[in-house]
Design a protein around this ligand. Structure first.
Ligand code: PBG
Length: 338
């Protein structure tokens, strides 16, 4: 028979140190919070699509839309009103080709989107733009292909340079190369400077992994990719290599660096934040969004608390800037309390 008598706590085992004192009330917890998320560090990724007459909801990303030129302007105005940092624009063209030439066409949908947003909000938001060809190529890869179908690093670099310059011309404050080609930051920096855009900054997707969490994004941009990007994006197994890629981008002239995805790469993010002396961004990607939204829709998790916790964790790990599809909504919560 077990003795179920509960004995009083012996005097000698009474805790001398009690961390719980600092958790007693909401005001106390707020005062000692080590991490604070601010709307000023949130950036909203958004999609502008050609040939739409009205916004089209992305099925794997409920609440996110492919926008028209008109609705992307309204979204940017909302973002400015919400006090978030900026908007990161992706384009969805109707016409794709082998090298993605709509990407640097001034009349291409992304460049028109940039101009529309700049026209709507001016300098009130940081207007950032994706500088990568996967939305624009018929094969869906992030660059031009060799005869035998591999992504040709050096043939792609001049295309990125042309794209970045066209984006600067359209009104982007920041270009963000996300294609993981070697040497892309140096080539883009030189092209921007040559064209007189010395003040346009580069947010480098430095440690970007070949992640299955990009899944819903492929629908968002009507990507035609078959296969994967493992020959240019990083292996999820590699942490040290994330630092190597980051340091190379810093040396090539990146103004800010990024780790992507965010939640499953917090170790990489923390390494990068400890090492570099420029702002560090993290991208909470489409799959991270879809997972929380779908579990919340089923009533399995508390939506707001899980989103808040995920953003807090990304900032706690060292992100100065967070790209998140929840940017506007979270900014609304942050004005009350997180
Ligand atoms: C490439 C790019 C991708 C994402 C952002 N930029 C897709 C990819 O690399 O396959 C993914 C973003 C997300 O999943 O939210 N242009």
């Amino acid at each position: 028979m077990t003795d179920t008598t509960i004995k009083p706590l012996p005097e000698i085992l009474r805790p001398l140190v009690r961390p719980r004192r600092l958790r007693t009330t909401p005001a106390m917890r707020r005062m000692v919070a080590e991490t604070r998320v601010s709307p000023a560090q949130l950036m909203l990724p958004a999609f502008v699509a050609e040939g739409l007459t009205e916004p089209r909801e992305i099925s794997a990303m409920p609440g996110q839309y492919q926008h028209t030129l008109d609705s992307i302007k309204k979204l940017a105005e909302q973002a400015a009103e919400a006090g978030i940092a900026g908007i990161d624009l992706f384009g969805v063209p109707t016409e794709k080709d082998e090298i993605g030439s709509q990407a640097w066409n001034p009349e291409g949908i992304l460049n028109k989107g940039i101009a529309a947003v700049r026209d709507a909000v001016g300098d009130d938001l940081v207007i950032c733009t994706d500088t990568c060809l996967d939305e624009f190529t018929s094969h869906g890869h992030c660059g031009a292909l060799t005869e035998d179908g591999r992504v040709d690093n050096d043939a792609t670099l001049p295309l990125y340079a042309a794209m970045a310059v066209s984006q600067a011309r359209a009104g982007a404050h920041v270009v963000s190369p996300s294609g993981m080609m070697d040497g892309q930051i140096a080539v883009i920096r030189e092209a921007l400077d040559d064209a007189g855009f010395t003040d346009v900054a580069i947010l480098a997707y430095s440690a970007k992994y070949a992640s299955a969490f990009f899944g819903p994004f492929r629908e968002a941009v009507d990507c035609s990719l078959k296969g994967d990007r493992k020959a240019y994006q990083q292996d999820p197994a590699n942490r040290i290599e994330g630092m190597r890629e980051t340091l190379l981008d810093v040396a090539e002239g990146a103004d800010m660096v990024m780790v992507k995805p965010a939640s499953h790469y917090l170790d990489v993010l923390s390494d990068v934040a400890a090492e570099v002396t420029i702002p560090v961004a993290a991208y909470q990607v489409s799959g991270e969004y879809a997972m929380l939204e779908s579990a919340a829709a089923k009533g399995w998790i508390d939506r707001r608390r899980c989103i808040s916790e995920s953003l807090t964790s990304i900032v706690r790990a060292g992100a100065d800037i967070v790209l998140t599809y929840w940017a506007i909504e979270a900014a609304g919560w942050l004005r009350e309390e997180f």
